[in-house]
Design a binder for this molecule. Structure first.
Ligand SMILES: Nc1nc2c(ncn2[C@@H]2O[C@H](COP(=O)(O)OP(=O)(O)OP(=O)(O)O)[C@@H](O)[C@H]2O)c(=O)[nH]1
Ligand SMILES: [Mg+2]
Length: 396
């Protein structure tokens, strides 16, 4: 029996799906009629066609790695000067110390979704120089670089930090120490020191940032299988949907809300092609994101001939990338059941994969509840196993 709380979550998703996909006829027809009128006026205007991107260009669009040069702020210089005022001509040394340079810190921010906003160089704020009358220079402010959840920080091949929780911080470069003013060198045997020291330069490092999407579930499928459409149907995320391969170039995370306030994060990642483990298509870039998902949803396009071969291809690629990756808890989703070819393929798919394959339509919202229920089951068993291992499960 389906618990009522889940049913209502599923129902809401179905209704949302319907709202999007079955618009009232007039709203569809009106713009069409208009566009026919315009087409008559401009006969020779070809509709703009989206060009297919080459593999090389695809990789350029996808920013999940960054090389970063970070320099901490320079420390301010200490000052050498002597106090002097009427009737107190030799008031002693009063040169203040310089302020410390500011650190450069990586901080996880939930609002940031990719490394696109991270620049290639950062220079921390310098500390102020010391002043007369024992005035110390102000310390340089801390410079925060906002990075998404799931960022790995590497130096060479060594992993320095795994920033996996919102608010996590890592000091990328320390600011330089401020110099000392001559007041600092005052001693019994030296009442008038002239020595002062300059501020130290900040630390300079070359770091590599690598983003591994952190979500509970990962949607894995060939290009055009309908992963983004599915994410749109079950969550409020709005990844682009189009009838050409590699519409999705970077991961999107959608949150599925359940009535008991549980939230499951589902990641839509770029389509996988044969040879992905050898870096074909979006290849390794894509697989890195799948690696971190606790459980997987294999999305098959049921409308193409022999859809069951897709599952073998997907599992093969995952296992080539990391042994046992396809063995993670998973569900098989057979999408596009609204199409006649898909309905014809369903009995054979069921015969080969068993009844566990969830046949649904992301476009019409048909049978989404079954997926939502399965998703919740996978999530519950993930939480239970994490707690058993004494680890806190990932929360969104
Ligand atoms: N008839 C039908 N079409 C669907 C369904 N789901 C998706 N589509 C269509 O399939 C095409 C591809 O959908 P996407 O959601 O962009 O597929 P994707 O798997 O995200 O593709 P990539 O991002 O390129 O990997 C679009 O034209 C969708 O309208 C469905 O359930 N039924
Ligand atoms: Mg997509």
């Amino acid at each position: 029996m389906m618990p009522s709380r889940l049913f209502s979550a599923g129902w809401r998703a179905v209704m949302e799906g319907r709202k999007r996909w079955t618009l009232p006829t007039w709203t569809v027809l009106a713009p069409r009629l208009l566009s026919i009128g315009c087409a008559d006026c401009a006969e020779h205007q070809e509709p703009p066609r989206k060009k297919l991107l080459s593999e090389k260009k695809l990789k350029r669009h996808f920013v999940d790695r960054r090389r970063l040069l970070v320099r901490g702020g320079h420390g301010g210089d200490g000052v050498s000067c002597f106090h002097s005022e009427p009737r107190k001509e030799f008031g002693g040394p009063d040169g203040g110390d310089g302020g410390s340079g500011g650190h450069v810190i990586l901080r996880v921010d939930r609002q940031v979704k990719s490394l696109l906003s991270v620049q290639s160089q950062y220079q921390g704020f310098d500390g102020e120089h010391g002043g007369r009358k024992n005035c110390f220079g102000r310390n340089g402010a801390v410079l925060y670089i906002r990075v998404p959840v799931g960022t790995l920080v590497k130096e060479g091949n060594t992993v320095l930090a795994d920033l996996s929780c919102p608010g996590d911080e890592y000091i990328a470069a320390l600011g330089g120490a401020g110099g000392k003013g001559n007041r600092f060198f005052l001693a019994n045997d030296n009442r008038a020191p002239v020595t002062c020291t300059p501020g130290q330069p900040g630390q300079e490092r070359v770091l590599f940032l690598e983003l591994k999407t952190m979500a509970h579930a990962g949607l894995v499928g060939l290009p055009n299988a309908g992963k983004s459409s599915l994410l749109r149907a079950i969550s409020n995320a709005k990844p682009a949907v189009a009838a050409y391969p590699f519409t999705t170039l970077k991961p999107h995370v959608g949150i599925v809300h359940y009535e008991d306030h549980q939230q499951i994060a589902v990641a839509d990642v770029p389509g996988l092609v044969r040879g992905a483990h050898q870096n074909r298509g979006l290849g390794l870039a894509f697989l890195r994101h799948v690696e971190r998902c606790s459980f997987l949803l294999f999305v098959l396009d049921l409308s193409v001939p022999e859809p069951w071969t897709q599952l073998d291809d997907l599992k093969h690629e995952l296992d080539k990338y990391e042994e046992g990756l396809s063995g993670r808890p998973h569900a098989v989703v057979a999408n596009k059941i609204d199409l006649p070819q898909a309905r014809a393929n369903l009995p054979e798919l069921r015969a080969r994969l068993g009844t566990k394959a969830i046949a649904l339509s992301a476009a019409t919202g048909e049978n989404l509840e079954e997926l939502l229920l399965r998703l919740k089951e996978l999530y519950d068993s993930h939480v239970a196993s994490e707690l058993q291992r004494g680890r806190q499960p990932l929360r969104w």
